[in-house]
Design a protein around this ligand. Sequence first.
Ligand code: THU
Length: 140
Amino acid sequence: MSNSPLTASELEVLSTKAIAAKATAYCPYSKFRVGACILTQKGECITGANVENVSYPVGTCAERVAFGTAIVAGYKEFKAIAVATDIKPGASPCGMCRQFMREFTTPSFPVYMYDGDGNHTMMTMGELLPNSFGPNDLPK
Ligand code: THU
């Protein structure tokens, strides 16, 4: 399945919710807030934020919280994700999150990255994780 571009109103909703989701981050150690919002193919929005832990490696990124939440809620088809941070330029997903998102997306899936001023850049999953190992690559 390929991804059609988002409309201006879809992007407006997606970015507003990703930016608002920064306020839900639990990040007492890094103080680095990350919000995420996924848009499903049917137009629903699922948000997430980073959730840290006193045992630092146990913490989870916003992207994985959002995708895990979407999957357990039963959503299967996704149109885009927005990730929002307070830095400039906006952060791009870590390697672990790229692989995690790859499970549920196609190479054309757009990842919108918002900075602290609300400006964004966009890269596709295929650009962020080229030559990836995906769900169809395990022998049957
Ligand atoms: N973090 C995310 O949630 N997503 C990213 O794309 C980059 C990093 C979180 C992990 C940790 O809670 C904090 O940001 C600092 O690394």
